[in-house]
Design a protein around this ligand. Structure first.
Ligand code: G6P
Length: 464
């Protein structure tokens, strides 16, 4: 069997207790590799001291070999903070207004992808299967092929793919499209993302998609929909352990809890959620002093001005709501800028009557899936979910909301808290069945088995 090589910008080593750090991509890839074994290559998270990058640092943990590379200060600024997170991230999340393109940033992006290819060459064997992840590394297949490698190679995008008119705001967007055509398989979370991608190709007469088969730039490759998932059984059993340590820590006893868990990111709709919670309390006076919103929000990408501005805005908003509505013994919004471990999160999700997952735009959003998996089957809580999260296409029994409409969200919180137990069970059961059938291992198997047919075995797209 071929060895699996996973490549992503962020590589997260499990901590000394063996549990994965939070964050969708890290959790999913750790779970997938734990079963399959293999090598995971990416950025160490460190800045290199020397001008030249050091050799890959290899480390073996739990059957997975982690191969890590440092980045120079300049690449950190221009590639990571620059092109990937101030150009691609906003554009892929429909926020072209926030994109800060520059040629220097773009060339750092292609340079770092070349550097990843150079580093990968040190460990690559001819029969390895390579699986590349996320928007940071779209050009990697092309860079490897330019170096003469012919390995089977797949790409999975963890963010949404934007509509054509939004992608076309990016100078040289066609170089990205060409980069994707160098993979054997390109995977998206949803049909909508794949349709957007196909529309980009068609509008520029660059290529076309027929079912899963795609032709662009004179290449044939496959394009599939693979909704990412979680380790459902493990998460459910973690939540069922009844660990109530954090309950006393957070002093939540006696309150109805609504929970939000998001990186501090403008795509997540955190301010609007807090505004909606405030509105809900003001129009449901009987819920005052009985309900709290627990918003767990680790800081993210905090060198970027849009993220810094958001930190300030959310903190001020929380202060205002708590100051205006709170009383001695009741803080309506508990706002925590820390990331919690999975056992703690699982218990908190189970404790919460409502899970608020209301991003403006999100590739999948695994918090939605974790919230469902953590519930007590006899007395489940209610998921309030944005229509614009990829998860909405699989979790249609949640209360689906428009995150731009505060009134809609306030009403949804009220409906969720008022919902009778039989109705909650009726909604939760099919969602949980789906998550059990489509867990992260299934996601991984589906992707890798679609990547399986070697290049050239695809039916011809030429008309008969
Ligand atoms: C999103 C992206 C991931 C990224 C994660 C954390 O989920 O899709 O690729 O790793 O955010 O962001 P960071 O910039 O800290 O890696």
């Amino acid at each position: 069997m071929s060895r699996l090589i996973v490549v992503s910008n962020r590589v997260s080593l499990p901590d000394e207790h063996g549990s994965s750090p939070p964050g969708g991509l890290a959790v999913a890839l750790n779970a997938a590799l734990r079963r399959k074994g293999g090598l995971w290559m990416g950025w160490s998270g460190k800045v290199q001291a020397e001008e030249q990058p050091a050799a890959l640092m290899e480390k073996e943990v739990g059957g997975i070999t982690y191969a890590l590379t440092d980045l120079s200060q300049k690449d950190l600024e221009d590639y990571y903070y620059g092109f990937t997170n101030q150009v691609l991230w906003p554009i892929f999340h429909n926020r072209a207004d926030l994109a800060e393109y520059s040629e220097a940033r773009e060339s750092a992006y292609y340079r770092v992808n070349g550097l990843f290819a150079d580093q990968l060459e040190h460990v690559l064997r001819t029969d390895d299967v390579i699986w590349v992840h996320d928007y940071h590394l779209i050009p990697l297949a092309e860079k490897l092929q330019q170096r003469g490698h012919k390995n089977r190679i797949g790409f999975f995008l963890h963010t949404p793919w934007p509509p054509a008119d939004i992608l076309f705001t990016l100078p040289n967007y066609n170089t990205l499209l060409r980069g994707l055509s160098c993979y054997d398989l390109v995977g998206f979370h949803t049909e909508n993302d794949r349709n957007n991608f196909a529309e980009c190709l068609r509008r520029q007469e660059l290529g076309d998609l027929h079912g899963d088969d795609c032709r662009a730039y004179g290449k044939e490759f496959r394009c599939g929909v693979f909704p990412i998932s979680i380790d459902t059984a493990a998460f459910a059993s973690l939540a069922g352990r009844g660990d109530d340590l954090q309950e006393s820590f957070c002093r939540l006893a006696g309150f109805d809890v609504a929970i939000g868990v998001d990186r501090l990111d403008y795509s997540k709709g955190i301010d609007q959620r807090i505004v909606a919670f405030n509105r809900f309390l003001r129009s449901n006076k009987h819920r005052m002093r009985k309900t709290v919103l627990l918003q767990i929000t680790p800081k993210s990408r905090d060198k970027i001005p849009a993220y810094q501005a958001m930190q300030k805005d959310v903190a001020e908003l929380v202060g205002r709501v708590d100051g205006e509505l709170g009383s001695v013994g009741w803080v309506p919004v508990h706002y925590i800028n820390q990331s919690l471990g999975q056992p703690e999160l699982a218990s908190l999700y189970r404790r919460a009557r409502v899970g608020l997952v209301t991003p403006f735009r999100d590739g999948m959003n695994l918090v939605a899936k974790e919230y469902v998996a953590a519930q007590d089957p006899r007395d489940p809580g209610v998921l309030v979910l944005s229509r614009f999260a990829g998860a909405a296409s699989e979790l249609g029994e949640a209360i689906l909301v428009n995150p731009y409409d505060g009134e809609d969200m306030a009403r949804a919180i009220e409906t969720a808290l008022d919902m009778r137990r039989d109705e909650r069970i009726r909604r939760w059961t099919p969602m949980m069945e789906r998550l059990r059938a489509h867990d992260v291992y299934r996601w991984c198997d589906d992707f890798l088995s679609s990547l399986d047919p070697p290049r050239g075995s695809m039916p011809s797209l030429e008309p008969a």
